[in-house]
Write a protein that binds this ligand. Structure first.
Ligand code: ATP
Length: 274
């Protein structure tokens, strides 16, 4: 069976996460997408995360309807930071020889892969599926690779990757993957999934948690919106400083503002595992 590991803080899970998982499952015929909420990822220690059990409960509500989506406790609280390299190895140790594992990740997170714990080893553990996110370009995937596996500037230029597009000869197109572009380098195989255009972020949901269930339900599954209200999540968090105007902006806008970085989302350093 083809299986994807999809990690994150999911604070809370939103339509962007579900769109990523659905797109990957559809394109790669995944039998399982493991949603792996992180206890306290090293790269997101700037603000206190919502209790693990709440994030886990919301994920359970959000994923219940799709038989391919399953929850995992692999990164549940353990009293020490969890690194992706360990999580992948733990999951692999439970799989059958015939199973194939993919690491599923948005481009905003992948761009920091070079700062993660043992990134070269992690990339060698399994194929990656890197998914589009408004404000981040999939054309950067090779440039952000850790130095030992990154093509040189000359090679990148030769591949015509420094500018914008990929040259055909640098890309293996696989019919099996329904036209998904694949980049294969020694020790790294990355599939690019450009189909996700959801602008929502968890930051934005936290900032708008005082909105009605109906309004929140545009960005999170309705049951998750109801859970947020019932448990009064995010109401007293620093996120409220960000206020509802961010949600209003999103509602007004029609097209992704690709030049703005991660739209409506305040991020400090992302995915810094080391
Ligand atoms: P926050 O706003 O708190 O930083 P987030 O919305 O980025 O959260 P995470 O839980 O940090 O959500 O993301 C988990 C994974 O999902 C990451 O790989 C991230 O790139 C991906 N992801 C999240 N939202 C989107 C989106 N709208 N489009 C594509 N990928 C996304």
């Amino acid at each position: 069976m083809k299986i994807a590991l999809f990690g994150g803080t999911f604070d809370p899970v939103h339509q962007g996460h579900l769109a990523v998982a659905r797109a990957a499952a559809d394109k790669f015929d995944l039998g399982r997408v493991y949603f792996v909420p992180a206890d306290s990822p090293p790269h997101k220690q700037k603000r206190p995360l919502t209790d693990f059990q709440h994030r886990f409960a919301m994920l359970a509500l959000a994923t219940a309807a799709d038989p391919r989506f399953v929850l995992s406790l692999l990164d549940a609280p353990a009293g020490h930071p969890n690194y992706s390299i360990q999580t992948v190895r733990k999951l692999k140790s439970t799989l059958k020889k015939t199973d194939k594992l993919y690491f599923l990740i948005g481009m905003d997170a992948f761009k920091d892969i070079g700062t993660w714990r043992q990134p070269v080893e992690l990339l060698a553990e399994c194929d990656f599926i890197v998914v589009s996110r408004p404000g981040f370009s999939l054309d950067d995937v090779l440039r952000v690779l850790p130095e030992p596996v990154r093509p040189s500037q000359t090679e990148l230029r030769q591949l015509n990757l420094v500018k914008h597009s990929f040259q055909k000869h640098s890309i293996q197109k696989s019919d099996n993957h329904k036209g998904v572009r694949t980049l294969a380098l020694p020790g790294v195989k990355i599939h690019l999934l450009p189909d996700v255009h959801e602008r929502v972020s968890s930051t934005q949901i936290r900032a708008a948690a005082q909105r009605s269930v109906k309004q929140l339900s545009r960005y999170v599954p309705r049951l998750v919106a109801e859970y947020i209200k019932k448990e009064r999540l995010y109401v007293s968090s620093g996120a409220l400083i960000e206020k509802t105007e961010k949600l209003e902006k999103l509602e007004k806008s029609e097209k992704p503002a690709v030049s703005q970085g991660k739209v409506l989302s305040f991020h400090g350093a992302r995915r810094q595992e080391s």
